[in-house]
Each structure stands twice: as C-alpha cells, then as structure tokens.
Design a protein around this ligand. Structure first.
Ligand code: F0G
Length: 416
C-alpha cells in the first residue's frame, strides 16, 4: 500500500496536483484524461499535492474555506458545508462520555454530506470538459448530483435500486431534472453498471470512486477539528460515522493525514475513526473484525437504513487503513437500535434519517462494551436530514390523532 503523502512531486503534477495509486504508487496527471482507477493495477486513486496547507491558510466559510486544500478553484456552489456541531447534553449523559457532539450534515443544501463532494466533483467535470454526469446511488448522491448538475447546466443520469430509495431523495433527483433509471437490482449492481458505462465513455462517474469527490468530503474532518477547538478547546478523541461505500471514512482520514503532513497535527492527536453499519449490511465490519484489508462482497443486504444498504464498499481499501491507522474499530447495529437512536436525536431537536442515527446507535453499543470509555470527547456524524426518508420518520414517531373542528372536541382529546 502507498499512503505516503510527502513523496516528491512527480513529473505528472499539474499546478502541484496529481493522482497516485494507493496500491502501487503509480502517479498520473490529474486532468489530462478521465480516469477512475490505476491503469497499472486497478487500485484506488487519491489526489496528492506538492504542499499541504495549515489552518492559517483557510479563510471564509463552507467547503471553499478549504480552497487551499482543493485540487481546483471554487466552482459550482450552492453554499455547502459549514454545518452545525450540536451539543446534546441529555444524550451525552445517557451514553456516558466526557463530551458528545453531533455534526449534522443534514444541514447541507440538499440535506446530506454529498454536497461537499459534488461541489468539487462537478467543478472537475467542467475542467475535464465531459458531457453527461452519472452515479449509482442509494439516494443522497443522486439528489446532490441532480442539484449540482442542474446548477452547472449539465445533463445528469442516476441509477437507483428499484423500490429501495427513500421518497425524499427520489423527489429531489426528479425535480432537479436528473434522468432516473430504476434498476432491478441492489446498489452494488447499479454501481457495476454505471462504472462500466463510465469506462465506455458514456458518462462521467461521480460516485465516491471518483477521487476528486472525496477531496470535497474531507472538509468534514477539517470543520470538525476547527469547531471542536472553538467549542471546547480540544480536538475530539473519536469520530463515529455510518459506513456505506466507506468514502467518508477515507475522506475524513485524508484530511487528518494532510494536516499531519503539513506539520499542523500531531499523529497522536488524530481522532480515532469508528465505522458503523447495519447488521444485515455489514461487510466492512466483518473485514475489520477479521483483520482483512479487503472486504468480502455480501450479495444480499437489507436494512431500514437504505442509505447504507451496500454489500461491496468500494472505498474499503482506503477506509480499512483509516480505521486501523487511527486505532479505531467498526461495529454493526440492529435496525431497532438505529430507530431508537433516531428518536433520541429527534428528542434533542436533531432530525436525521436512519443511516445517520446508526452513528449514535454504534456509539451506544461500543460504550456498553467498554470499547469507548467515559473520558472520551466524541463526535457522531449524522449524514442526512430527517425529511430524506419521511416514511421512516413517520413510522418512528407518534401517529396523528383525528379530532373534530371545535375546541370542546380538542379539549376532550387532550383530556384522555
Ligand atoms: N449516510 C448517508 C445518509 C448516506 O447517504 C451514505 C451514503 C452514507 C451514510 C455512507 O457514506 O458511502 O461514504 O460510507 N450514501 C451513498 C448514496 C451510497 O448513494 O447516496 P459512505
């Protein structure tokens, strides 16, 4: 594996940016060709730079505050990033950690963290001069791609697993004008098909296999560090996040590796990355538990948290390294535990979709097992907004009560 960020600048660099294979170290010019995997060995690619910025280089707000850490200049934006870090005192007491904060990515323009990746990915697509943009999606990626594609005036195509995408996400993709193909298969089948289309030059792929999208998503890690420092004067010990394709886990780790390379972060202070999956869709957890550096693809996956209903996490080689390198772990939780956490977050005023609540359910499970200790400063990442999946929210909440249109009838109902 090749995760060294501080190697020499290769001839392939363009304005101090290049792509490197995490498996064999092969380097490539970033913007000459459309490329998603290493042409030598098929390994995952990552963006590298001849210089890594320090906190002093960041200015402004949102994702583009971190322009100094990006491969392209500010592009297609709908003001993504700059999401809140909430305190949740009752939940913090109940879980029993030193501090618990919720980084709510549902506050992004399309309601999920995907916007951070799309603002960069669509900007790169423009630079490459590609035509149609495409992705496979469990929903949120398609909503973000549709919105950013619309903003850029580009054609967008999304492949969704039929019947397995939450209503809010399909509505977004539809209204923002994406061509939506419902595939008779699961997310992994959709990704197989769209990857092949991309390889044939039919579309530019904006799934998290695309290394530029992850450059946008790494700003979650940078924002968490800056906000925690402002909030309670320390860096968090641990970040707990849901894992689907494992792009976020890889991206947040990359943010920290870059700060270490810049001499801005002590390797011992890098927060521990902890991944959470639903128990019937947990190939990543299996690989962590078995100490493997590859995942075994699960053909059949199922969970109420449809956003993370994924059997073959494409970024696993990066994310397994991230978990191991930071001393983290991964844990599987039941759908019931996810819904309970969704209710508890809602009771604190934080409305999230089921996949997001998996982070809190996972923290709870690890605290019960003593893996997380009571002296830790923990940040849970909630990745998408409650309204993404209105059916799940309504099922987890109470039922409306019918009353007549008069005060006496309402008082009678309240008196029950
Ligand atoms: N949470 C939500 C709400 C998501 O939509 C996703 C992924 C994840 C967590 C997992 O993130 O893939 O970086 O590990 N959704 C993708 C999609 C797959 O198509 O919207 P990851």
């Amino acid at each position: 594996m090749n995760f060294d960020l501080s190697g020499p600048t290769p001839d392939a660099a363009d304005d101090g940016v290049w792509l490197a294979c995490i498996e064999c170290g092969h380097t490539l010019a970033p913007f000459d060709d459309v490329i998603y995997r290493c042409p030598e060995c098929g390994g995952l690619l990552e963006a590298r730079y001849d210089e890594y910025p320090t906190f002093a280089d960041f200015e402004g707000r949102g994702v583009w505050r971190y322009a100094a850490a990006m491969p392209v200049e500010r592009g297609v934006t709908i003001r993504e990033g700059d999401t809140p870090l909430y305190d949740v005192p009752r939940l913090e007491d109940e879980v029993g950690v030193r501090t618990l904060r919720i980084k709510h990515e549902g506050a992004n323009p399309t309601g999920s963290f995907k916007d951070r990746g799309m603002t960069v990915g669509v900007r790169v697509a423009r630079r490459l001069g590609v035509g149609r943009l495409a992705c496979a999606s469990t929903g949120n990626t398609s909503a973000a791609l549709a919105a950013y594609g619309a903003r850029a005036g580009m054609e967008t195509l999304v492949l969704l697993p039929a019947g397995k995408v939450a209503a809010g996400k399909v509505a977004q993709a539809s209204l923002h004008g994406a061509r939506i193909l419902e595939v008779d298969g699961n997310f992994d089948d959709c990704l197989d098909v769209v990857s092949e289309l991309a390889d044939r030059g039919e579309a530019y792929l904006l799934n998290s296999l695309n290394p530029f999208r992850l450059e946008g998503q790494k700003t979650i890690g940078l924002e968490i560090l800056e906000q925690a420092r402002d909030d309670y004067g320390r860096l968090p010990d641990r970040i707990v996040l849901p894992v689907g394709n494992a792009g976020n886990t890889a991206a947040i780790h990359k943010a920290f590796r870059e700060l270490v390379a810049a001499g801005e972060l002590d390797p011992d202070d890098v927060p521990t990355l902890t991944g959470v999956q639903a128990e019937d869709a947990a190939p990543f957890v299996e690989a962590v538990e078995e100490g493997r550096d590859r995942v075994r693809r699960w053909a059949d996956v199922e969970t109420r948290a449809t956003a993370i209903r994924i059997g073959d996490p494409v970024n696993a080689p990066k994310a397994l390294h991230a978990v191991r390198e930071t001393g983290g772990t991964a844990v599987a939780v039941s759908d019931e535990a996810i819904t309970a956490a969704q209710r508890d977050l809602a009771a604190a005023g934080v409305g999230v979709e089921p996949a997001s609540a998996a982070s809190v359910a996972g923290l709870r499970a690890l605290r019960e097992r003593g893996v997380v200790t009571d002296d830790e400063d923990v940040v849970c990442l909630t990745t998408g907004h409650l309204l993404k999946d209105p059916d799940a929210a309504a099922a987890a909440g109470g039922d409306p009560e019918p009353v007549p249109a008069d005060v006496a009838g309402v008082l009678a109902a309240l008196g029950d």
